[in-house]
Design a binder for this molecule. Structure first.
Ligand code: ADP
Length: 515
């Protein structure tokens, strides 16, 4: 399955900018929303030790969707104990890898069976357009579990002909108890990226979803129990990061590995905390991707790619193409086409099928983005469109799709991650100039090049210091293709076989064959 970008940004040309209204439609997740939201520890749903709960909001309406158990340090301790027991003495390690694969496949089937309900949960909790939840998040989640279920039966060690006096082989073993801390931009997909390889390799997990979007993980937790994961293999602690459940995971002495996706400054704290027991860490952090369009490119395709690059998921994407480098002689033509197309994007509630761009996830994010817009104006960038919250939206954390031209790569708007629908357009004259500027960033998660010249494409693909390069496309993903960062975008590769490396240890065994 290859998901390139999504219906929501493939604009139907007949539609003008308008405010979408939620259509009456069966709310499949109503029953789920009304149930208590507890922590999943040792195969059971339980309240937090403190008894505390927190609200999760619909960012399109600012209404409370439901309350969720607020896990803290003691709950993390309980979950880690359960995971440790499940790992050391439970049936999970003893069962055949084929059985492990079957349970993972059953979970994938159950997610698929409840696809519409899960898509609604994701859209209500995160705000993203329902067509993105339906056609990107849910199917990619399913495919990720299926892909990694396949890996469970294919893990191997090796024999090494080092010395005839010894029989030497390697065993590939699970690392043990894994803490996984995920963000709010792709809640269920990040869960799948984390659980898939960890479970395939035989680990037991303690997951902390982001406090803004805890719901899809809880629903998938229910489906995981139905799929037959033994008690303690999967634990879910909803709650906060700093001074709370997230921090407890990163400091925990009995967690063998932490996988984290989120902000770079949180990533640094996770690394510092890991020194408590020198647990292994993998990090997928922010980005400030260069999206480079040469004059010889298919301009219409590049315009669509620029839109996908920055407005998909309201710009809340770590690999967003937030720096658009345009060759000077196509700059004006490109900008005309780009702003015309943006003008046709419908902004509204994610639950409306016609919505192309929904609200930001929270008030905090909306304010942060509007603040960056102010910074860009102050730096002298020229506003081509957007630049504010839409006045017609009375409720919700919306920011209009925003483009700045005349940006200089040294400006803050070109260097700092905005994590919103804000594009910085930087004109360039020569190949050398853009080659230098593309890498002038502390991040290195992704980049893209638009050109019909194969040689130029390959040159830039190897030149850009980033973990993923797209040529004449943007935001294309597949569970089999690795994803991760250079520089301050983190380390370790998720997806593909590389993710298995994150969740396994290699043990060398020497057998004395001498008489
Ligand atoms: P954002 O600022 O975009 O929400 P974060 O990096 O703060 O990104 O959040 C990503 C995940 O990290 C969330 O699950 C959050 O609760 C968690 N988190 C935040 N701060 C910490 C921390 N100090 N230690 C561990 N986890 C944290």
């Amino acid at each position: 399955l290859i998901v390139s970008c999504p219906e929501s940004v493939q604009l139907s040309v007949s539609e003008g900018l308008s405010v979408a209204v939620v259509q009456e439609k069966e709310l499949l997740c109503k029953e789920f929303l009304s149930r208590p939201k507890q922590l999943l520890i040792d195969g059971k749903w339980v309240n937090s030790v403190s008894g505390k709960t927190f609200e999760t909001l619909n960012p399109a309406t600012e209404e409370v969707l439901c309350r969720v158990a607020e896990g803290g340090k003691e709950d993390v301790d309980k979950a880690v104990k359960a995971a440790r027991r499940a790992f050391e003495t439970g049936p999970w390690r003893k069962m055949s890898t084929a059985e492990r694969a079957r349970i993972m496949l059953r979970l994938a089937d159950l997610i698929e069976k409840h696809a519409d309900e899960l898509a609604q949960i994701e859209t209500l909790d995160n705000g993203k357009p329902i067509n993105e939840s339906r056609y990107v998040d849910v199917p990619q989640t399913v495919e990720t579990f299926r892909y990694y279920a396949g890996w469970a039966t294919k893990l191997e060690g090796e024999t090494i002909n080092a010395n005839t006096n010894f029989f030497t082989d390697t065993l590939r073993e699970p690392v043990g108890v894994v803490g996984q801390i995920i963000p709010w931009n792709f809640p269920m997909l990040m869960l799948a990226w984390k659980w898939g390889p960890a479970l395939a390799a035989g680990n037991c997990v303690v997951l902390k979803p982001a406090e803004q979007t805890p719901l899809s993980a809880l629903r998938i937790g229910e489906l995981a129990l139905e799929a037959g994961f033994p008690d303690g293999v999967i634990n879910i602690i909803t709650g906060f990061g700093a001074d709370s459940a997230g921090e407890a995971i990163s400091h925990h002495m009995d967690i063998d590995k932490v996988a984290f996706t989120g902000e770079d400054k949180t990533g640094k704290l996770i690394v510092q905390a890991s020194t408590s027991n020198l647990k292994r860490v993998s990090l997928e952090l922010g980005g400030k991707a260069p999206n480079i369009v040469f004059a010889d490119a298919d301009i219409d395709a590049a315009v669509k790619g620029a839109i996908t690059g920055i407005f998909f998921n309201q710009g809340q994407v770590c690999c967003a193409g937030s720096r658009l480098f345009l060759e000077k002689n196509i700059h004006d033509e490109f900008m005309t086409k780009l702003t015309e197309r943006i003008g046709k994007m419908r902004q509204g509630e994610g639950m409306d099928e016609k919505t192309h761009i929904g609200p930001q996830v929270s008030k905090e994010q909306q304010e942060r983005i509007l603040n960056y817009i102010g910074i860009a104006k102050g730096e002298g960038a020229k506003l081509a469109c957007g630049g504010e919250a839409p006045a017609e939206m009375k409720k919700g954390y919306f920011v209009k799709p925003t483009v700045f031209t005349g940006v200089n790569n040294d400006m803050r708007i070109a260097q700092e991650e905005v994590f919103g629908p804000v594009l910085a357009v930087i004109p360039f004259g020569t190949m050398d100039e853009v080659a230098e500027q593309a890498n002038k960033t502390t991040f290195g998660l992704s980049g893209a090049v638009w050109t019909r010249d194969v040689k130029k494409a390959h040159k830039f693909a190897s030149h850009i210091k980033a973990g993923t390069i797209w040529v004449n496309c943007y935001n294309v993903f597949d569970p089999a293709v690795p994803f991760g960062g250079y520089k301050m975008s983190g380390y370790g590769r998720e997806l593909g076989k590389h993710s298995i490396e994150l969740y396994t240890n290699i043990k060398s065994v020497w057998v004395n064959m001498m008489d």
